[in-house]
Design a binder for this molecule. Structure first.
Ligand SMILES: [Zn+2]
Length: 308
């Protein structure tokens, strides 16, 4: 299938095609005795993901595990649907996200407040998963991939308080979720993802440092794809965070409202990203996944929390 890319080590990248866009939301399938899907994509992506998983030889009864790096809808919106398509799969998530997968009503209500009518076209509706099938992770955890291979989880808050990174013992791949920002393979751009209400600079930087200390061989971004230059990329992730926070802090100290702060930060950062100089479609991808309004709002929310 055209939306599947083999990455070596029995790992396959699946373009989950959020809202029909190509190349912005990735899921990953790790084959083996206990096949594991990392990230489901949105609810509307679930049939696309099911077909990709099936075409890789993993039938309805074969998928052992579904794990999400965090419960934002572009990563976990399809969990309920995928759990229904693959009835023997366990659903693995950080303990701070577990109850929202079992009962998504509060999560969906707050997403509806943020996105309004766009919620339906962008994400669709997260459906509940039977609590019996949910395995909650603490600070660390391990997923059995079969044949002695494991996926170890590492709590990595900052972007979201229910975020984990995942390391594959066989390949050294690190699934970074959104904790290292949003990477555009077409341009090599990397932009932070600092949405409300959980963003916290110190924990976000700690999580990036933790990722470096894990010594991964490769980073697998949910947005989007593999990156081999681990060290440089994580340094860039931290640098991007500091720049966005410094500028937003400046706007905050000058008493700017959200709209003015967004305009200022957008203008002062735009030269950093090739994507914003190229065609509108690539710029639009950035705005969907780590939009300036969402990033600046998240940083302002954090600033108000630490110095009200
Ligand atoms: Zn995301």
């Amino acid at each position: 299938m055209e939306n599947i890319t083999a990455l070596g080590g029995d790992v396959y990248e699946i373009d989950t095609k959020m809202a029909g866009y190509s190349g912005i939301t990735a899921g990953y399938l790790i084959l083996g005795d206990r096949p594991c899907l990392v990230e489901t994509g949105t609810s509307t992506s679930a049939p696309v993901v099911r077909d990709a998983v099936t075409s890789l030889g993993v039938g309805p009864e074969d998928l052992a595990t579904v794990v999400v790096t965090h419960i934002h809808l572009d990563h976990a919106g399809g969990v309920g649907d995928i759990a229904r398509f693959f009835p023997y799969a366990q659903v693995v998530v950080h303990e701070k996200g577990a109850r929202h997968l079992a009962d998504p009503s509060r999560l969906m209500a707050s997403a509806r407040m943020v996105w309004g009518d766009r919620l339906d076209t962008l994400f669709g509706e997260l459906s509940p998963t039977d609590a019996q099938r949910i395995v909650a992770l603490g600070d660390t955890g391990a997923i059995d991939l079969g044949n002695g291979r494991t996926l170890s989880s590492h709590y990595s808050p900052g972007h979201a308080k229910h975020h984990v990174g995942l390391v594959d013992s066989a390949t050294g791949d690190l699934y970074v979720g959104d904790a290292a920002g949003v990477y555009l393979p077409e341009t090599g751009d990397l932009r932070p993802a600092t949405p409300p209400p959980d963003f916290d600079l110190r924990t976000a930087l700690d999580s990036i440092a933790l990722f470096g200390a894990l010594g991964p061989q490769r980073l697998l971004f949910s947005h989007y794809g593999p990156v081999d230059a681990v060290h440089e990329t994580l340094e860039r992730s931290a640098e991007e965070l500091r720049i966005w926070v410094d500028l937003t802090r400046q706007a905050h100290s000058e008493g700017m409202d959200l709209d003015h702060a967004v305009a200022m930060v957008r203008d002062r950062t735009k030269d950093r990203y090739t994507a914003l100089k190229s065609d509108d479609a690539t710029a639009e991808q950035f705005e969907l996944l780590s939009g300036a309004p969402s990033n600046v709002a998240g940083i302002l929310h954090w600033l108000d929390r630490i110095s009200p």
